[in-house]
Design a protein around this ligand. Structure first.
Ligand code: PLP
Length: 381
């Protein structure tokens, strides 16, 4: 006798129940993974990507308020962002996710493999899947592995982050350009964590390294150093922009940015370009924290930036470490599956230029306490 299929409602319920049984009640023993007590005034917040401490900046808030109150003409800072990135063309998107998703969906297809660094942002792989492109991940920053993959599967799109959001390591961009040119691939570089913080006037790593003519597409979330809610795609070919506006699904099927968001972005861009002291201070605190935390014995996995991650391994151990940091008033962000591989969870400390010397000392002391209580190795199951 033919058995009737389980109703979809039951399958959905079973998935939700499995999550609660395995993760919430099982691995986490009923504790919260992502957050514990709420941060209070005086606590050290290193849980956002507001690297230049521009969230709530008066100049930005005023421009947004003026726009909302109808006192200013509408602005679309697309051209200014394009020239800031020293690109030939550029297009604003609703978010970094939409920029990556829409870009990969618009440039890849069934016949164009997408080679994505294992630590690159999930939105790149999601765009490749939407394009039904064969997805060929390669080991983090391993150009030999990438070359072998391309030799086997043919030229395609290579997608990397300039600065990796989970461990703060940098992509070897010049060598990547060499390989991409040699193999006839297209290069996409996600500058979400380097735009505003690196390069001349914060133009990003591709500009800093003199590679603008060699990188086909750059994307950035404008929710990190730009502290807003938008994304950007920079392209070398001006003809790409009208194509993208009509071929990228998020551009076609999702509502646009709001005028006051655009006004805020325009003001933020000015602040990013003007306030060099913010980048100087960010570099200073980042080097300081990296040096001290590495000296404590933590493996920073090659971080060369404002992102410093404590590798915690299992989710249970991540909760212990998070709580220990919180006891010192230090709030980082938890990364766990699906943002990491299983049992490769971590706590990211996103440093910013608003940190005082006392804050840095507190961060280091909190990390010392973690080391003394739990050791420096990530927990394995
Ligand atoms: C490297 C990278 N790319 C893209 C995104 C997505 O950006 P958004 O938050 O603006 O959608 C993020 C944010 O998580 C990111 O870290």
């Amino acid at each position: 006798m033919k058995t009737s299929p389980q109703p979809a409602t039951a399958r959905v319920r079973a998935r939700v129940e499995r999550f609660h049984r395995h993760r919430v009640a099982g691995e986490w023993s009923g504790r919260e993974l992502l957050s514990g007590r709420s941060p209070q005034p005086g606590d050290v917040r290193v849980d956002s990507n507001d690297y230049l401490a521009l969230a709530g900046d008066e100049r930005v808030a005023k421009r947004m308020a003026d726009c909302l109150l109808g006192g200013q003409d509408q602005v679309v800072p697309e051209e200014d962002l394009t020239s800031h990135l020293r690109a030939r063309a550029g297009v604003l998107c609703q978010s970094g996710w939409d920029a990556n998703l829409g870009l990969l969906q618009a440039i890849a297809d069934e016949h164009t493999p997408v080679y994505v660094d294992q630590l690159a942002h999930m939105s790149l792989a999601a765009g490749a899947k939407l394009a039904r492109a064969p997805l060929r991940p390669f080991r983090h920053n391993d150009l030999g592995h990438l070359r072998r993959r391309i030799e086997r599967h043919g030229p395609g799109v290579v997608a990397v982050d300039a600065l990796y959001s989970t461990n703060g390591s940098l992509c070897p961009l010049a060598e990547m350009c060499d390989l991409v040119e040699e193999t006839g691939c297209v290069l996409v570089v996600d500058e979400s964590h380097s735009l505003g913080t690196s390069g001349p006037l914060g133009a990003g790593l591709v500009v800093e390294l003199g590679l603008t003519g060699r990188v086909h597409f750059r994307i950035a979330s404008l929710s990190k150093a730009f502290a807003g809610r938008a994304g950007f795609v920079a392209a070398q070919d001006p003809a790409f922009v009208p194509y993208f506006r009509l071929e990228s699904f998020p551009a076609v099927f999702s509502s646009r940015l709001l005028p006051h968001d655009l006004a805020g972005l325009a003001a933020t861009l000015e602040a990013v370009r003007t306030d060099e002291w913010r980048r100087d201070r960010l570099r200073e605190v980042s080097a300081w924290v990296r040096e001290e935390v590495a000296e404590l014995g933590f493996d920073l996995e090659g971080s060369a930036s404002q992102i410093v991650a404590l590798q915690t391994g299992t989710e249970r151990h991540t909760i212990d470490v998070r709580e220990s940091l919180e006891e010192h008033g230090v709030f980082g962000s938890v990364f766990a599956p699906p943002a990491t591989a299983r049992n490769r969870s971590l706590i990211r400390l996103s440093l910013h230029c608003g940190l005082g010397d006392d804050d840095v000392t507190r961060i280091v002391e909190a990390c010392r306490d973690v080391r003394d209580r739990f050791g420096v190795e990530p927990a394995r199951p």
